[in-house]
Design a binder for this molecule. Structure first.
Ligand code: COA
Length: 445
């Protein structure tokens, strides 16, 4: 069996921009530094009035299929990952297939379609489904279209309003892929948690501080589980480490935890010992509280070392370039992080062929997953075709009053009749409702 992985990727950002520094922070009477320094965010993307998870997913998929010269017959499955679905029965993938059938001659009647739900990790789980389907030899030579699409909106007044966002990532999964090959080895860290949930409600109930702790605990478990089936990890093995990015400040915490874990018992820990001492070991302490205090002190010192700073700048920072300007895309966010890192490598003229990525996905509720990816020769062509910078530059910058309107437009409990802020061109839009209250979409030339 040839290698299996991601052959190509396309990204669609919501067409509106909420500037967190200039617009949101002043309206909230907060310091802009909470966003830029604390959360690591400058802006969030929002869906325009005529956009939703279907149009964003369909527009990303259409761009991907056109660029790769694909027809519906080339696609054997359409897997959509989302935690913003508006229907408890009909999957978003059927709506997206319906959209795409408006612009292609063929149809997707023989493609298996589904929808995955497990908070933000379902994007990666959908990649797994596609990978396993190909490895099982059930794909008849066809590719899988995996689409992670979300509108991450929080109730007005909720602390989560600071970390919103909307967009979609479409990925083509094939044999002998152009972009990255996925490792068969995976590690999981999973437990019954209630850090973030939407029990039959549109906006999340979230314990933000707890979700940070759960993210870190599950990620650590997943890394240990990965090492149990692969090999011990070391910072030098991975050119980039894309993490699930609800906001870059979260990744800063995960990166520190990961680095501390990876350097334990390594020559890096030895080299740093004269500067900051060795990592505290639990067996050296009488109680856990003392041990945790010592760990915190060690991490404070580690954070300031040149070794850590250099590693963070090289392996982590580039994964956050896009997230800083779009916010949280839930299921798509770790896939944005991968694209972001490879885009930076292309801009910096770094040869990534055969380089490794360590990919850390997370979904509240909760589960983390770790696997590695090997970058393939065709990566420059695939990443060079991304048009995300143009999309971000073209976004309509909403005022605070317009933000309030847009939030109401996408609130399922409100009826509004605002006009779209942008003019659609060569894209799918939400055009109305059908007789069963189903959403109706059309392609605008
Ligand atoms: N200068 C620099 N940093 C500042 C600052 C300032 N003026 N003001 C605040 N900060 C820092 C805080 O110290 C904090 O950083 P820390 O966590 O490293 O200490 C960060 O900015 C955020 O400030 P905080 O007061 O904690 O913000 P908040 O109460 O609005 O909550 C979240 C932030 C992230 C917890 C909240 O937005 C949330 O719940 N988001 C949803 C998270 C989510 O989706 N989780 C599920 C998926 S993993």
């Amino acid at each position: 069996m040839n290698s299996v992985g991601i052959d190509a990727v396309a990204i669609h950002a919501g067409k509106l921009k909420l500037d967190l520094v200039e617009t949101f922070a002043p309206a909230m009477d907060e310091a802009p530094e909470k966003y830029t320094k604390g959360l690591g965010l400058h802006a969030s993307s929002f869906p325009d009035v005529d956009e939703d998870i279907v149009t964003m997913g369909a527009n990303a998929a259409h761009r991907l299929m056109d660029r790769k010269g694909l027809e519906p017959d080339d696609i054997g499955r359409i897997d959509v990952a989302t935690e913003s679905a508006f229907d408890n029965s009909k999957p978003v993938s059927t709506y997206i297939a319906g959209c795409l059938e408006q612009v292609y001659e063929g149809d997707f009647h023989h493609a298996n379609k589904g929808e995955r739900k497990f908070a933000c990790i379902s994007g990666t789980q959908s990649l797994d489904d596609a990978y396993n389907w190909i490895r099982a030899g059930r794909h008849r030579g066809r590719a899988a279209l995996v689409i992670a699409t979300d509108t991450a909106l929080y109730a007005r007044g909720d602390a989560g309003e600071a970390t919103q966002g909307a967009g979609a990532v479409a990925m083509l999964v094939t044999e002998d892929p152009n972009l990255v090959e996925l490792s068969p080895e995976q590690g999981f860290g999973s437990a019954d948690e209630t850090d973030f949930l939407k029990p039959n409600q549109q906006f999340p109930s979230v314990d933000g501080k707890r979700s940070v702790q759960v993210y870190l605990a599950r990620m650590r478990e997943a890394l240990e589980d990965y090492e149990s089936v692969a090999e011990p990890t070391h910072p030098d093995q991975f050119r980039y480490i894309p993490f699930h990015t609800p906001f870059p400040g979260m990744v800063r915490k995960a990166a520190m935890l990961g680095y501390r874990h990876m350097i334990r018992d390594s020559s890096i820990e030895d080299d740093l010992a004269s500067e900051i001492g060795r990592q505290p070991r639990i067996e050296e302490f009488d109680d856990e509280e003392q041990f945790m205090d010592a760990v915190r002190d060690y991490m404070d010192d580690l954070k300031e070392t040149e070794a850590y700073r250099g590693w963070y700048e090289g392996a982590i920072e580039p994964t956050l370039d896009i997230a800083r300007h779009v916010g949280n895309w839930y299921t798509g966010s770790v896939h944005v992080a991968r694209a972001s890192a490879l885009k930076r490598a292309l801009e910096d003229d770094i040869d990534m062929t055969n380089e490794k990525l360590l990919v850390g996905s997370y979904g509240s509720g909760a589960q983390a997953e770790i696997h590695t990816e090997t970058v393939r020769e065709g990566w420059t062509e695939e990443i060079g075709a991304l048009d995300i910078d143009d999309q971000l530059a073209a976004r309509y910058d909403i005022s605070y009053e317009e933000y309030e309107q847009v939030h109401d437009v996408h609130n399922h409990d409100k009826e509004t009749d605002f006009e779209a802020f942008t003019t659609p061109e060569s894209e799918f839009v939400l055009s109305g409702r059908g007789p069963m209250d189903e959403r109706v979409y059309e392609y605008v030339e």
